[in-house]
Design a protein around this ligand. Structure first.
Ligand code: ADP
Ligand code: MG
Length: 250
């Protein structure tokens, strides 16, 4: 069975999508077979690996709606993780999922035929706590919470954890909170470290190492369908995600 990592935080702009793409690529560099799943109707992950969702006739949306297999929407790459892409139609999924008998379990069931082909499945959750995120959490073995280290950034962490506890109680007792990943981290400020300490203490969460440094290099890579691992391989940001991948593997 692969480790299935849900990357979740209902706050936007905290580097969920960047973490999914870059951590996935870093695990791939370590010889791991990696599948990325785009669960955000904005399809930023799909874009960021170089695919225009407009060019796709089928996506995760059709899989969740039923009648289409995950394997049939899979985009395979030779030198990068495979992808289950999203399209804008996924915006309708919450309403449609709600009509299912087990609305939280649809993704888990849909991914089941693929699990034997991968060592890691990494799910990019949308910036909400709705049914799509609950599906991501229900399909996952672990949840990773990217968090920008700024005051007020942790508002909402309690709500996210409540959702995680609901999922543990109702559908997925094995779901493990891997911890908080500090992102957009500016090591020059003591403020960032202080924020991190507050979160770790308040919620008794592990803080994953190393923090991902803030760098303009992160903005460039997805525009050309790559990650910082190839566009700036020696940068501190690339090194941080490689180190994180190493930590998760051992
Ligand atoms: P989310 O998926 O949580 O909304 P994204 O991964 O899309 O967040 O990141 C939001 C923005 O921040 C993007 O423009 C991305 O390029 C940028 N970004 C992500 N990580 C970093 C970083 N470590 N340093 C600087 N910019 C970053
Ligand atoms: Mg995103």
């Amino acid at each position: 069975m692969p480790r299935t990592l849900a990357v979740a935080n209902q706050k936007g702009g905290v580097a969920k999508t960047t973490t999914v793409a870059t951590l996935g690529a870093a695990l791939g560099e370590l010889g791991q077979r990696v599948l990325l799943v785009d669960l955000d109707p904005q399809a930023c992950l799909t874009f960021s690996v170089g695919i225009d969702p407009e060019d796709l006739d089928k996506s995760i949306h059709h899989v969740l709606r039923g009648g289409v297999k995950a394997r049939d929407v899979l985009v395979e790459f030779d030198d990068a993780p495979d992808l289950v892409p999203a399209t804008i139609e996924l915006a309708h999924a919450e309403v449609q999922l709600a009509r299912e008998t087990s609305p939280e379990q649809v993704l888990r069931t849909a991914l089941r035929p693929l699990v034997s082909s991968y060592d890691w499945i990494i799910v990019d959750c949308p910036p909400t706590l709705g049914l799509l995120t609950v599906n991501g959490l229900s399909a996952a073995s672990d949840v990773l919470i990217p968090l920008q280290c700024e005051t007020l950034a942790h508002r909402g962490v309690g709500q996210l954890l409540d959702t995680v506890y609901d999922v543990q109680r109702l559908t997925n007792p094995g779901l493990h909170v891997l911890g908080v990943l500090p992102t957009l981290y500016d090591a020059r400020t003591t403020h960032a470290r202080a924020v991190l300490d507050t979160i770790a203490d308040t919620y008794s969460l592990d803080v994953l190492q190393p923090p991902i440094p803030k760098s303009i290099r992160f903005a460039e890579a997805p525009a050309i369908g790559e990650t910082i691992l190839t566009t700036a391989p020696a940068s501190p940001g690339a090194k941080a995600y490689r180190a994180l991948a190493g930590t998760l593997l051992h």
